[in-house]
Design a protein around this ligand. Structure first.
Ligand code: SF4
Ligand code: SF4
Length: 104
């Protein structure tokens, strides 16, 4: 599977910047794309998993059917999780920094 390095030159990439291989999004660290990041209030959370269902980047981490964290490497800071949370338990905070993902 071909993965472009962060410093890839335009002439080293496919025409139009297309990524021709499917299924390799996990290989890319897109943490630099976000200017805000989600913070979840665990005491407020009712574990409805709406945020996990709606996150377009599969960046809501669930263990044992419980939301436990966000994926700092793949979350783009879109804010959809905060929008869909029925209890307003997620707030978008300024900055890109997020806690590192714990080992699974
Ligand atoms: S901000 Fe967007 S990408 Fe990040 S966890 Fe929420 S829905 Fe997913
Ligand atoms: S949508 Fe809100 S209440 Fe539901 S699991 Fe996510 S953070 Fe918890």
């Amino acid at each position: 599977m071909r993965v472009y390095p962060p410093d890839a030159k335009w002439h080293e990439m496919a025409d139009g910047g297309v990524i021709p291989q499917a299924g390799n999004a996990e290989e890319y660290d897109v943490s630099g794309w976000r200017s805000v990041h989600p913070v979840r209030d665990d005491e407020c959370c009712i574990q409805c998993l709406f945020c996990w269902i709606y996150c377009p980047d599969n960046s809501v981490i669930v263990k044992d059917q419980q939301v436990v964290a966000f994926d700092p490497k793949h979350c783009k800071g879109c804010g959809i999780c905060a929008q869909v949370c029925p209890k307003d338990c997620i707030t978008m905070q300024p900055g890109a920094d997020m806690p590192e993902q714990e080992d699974e």
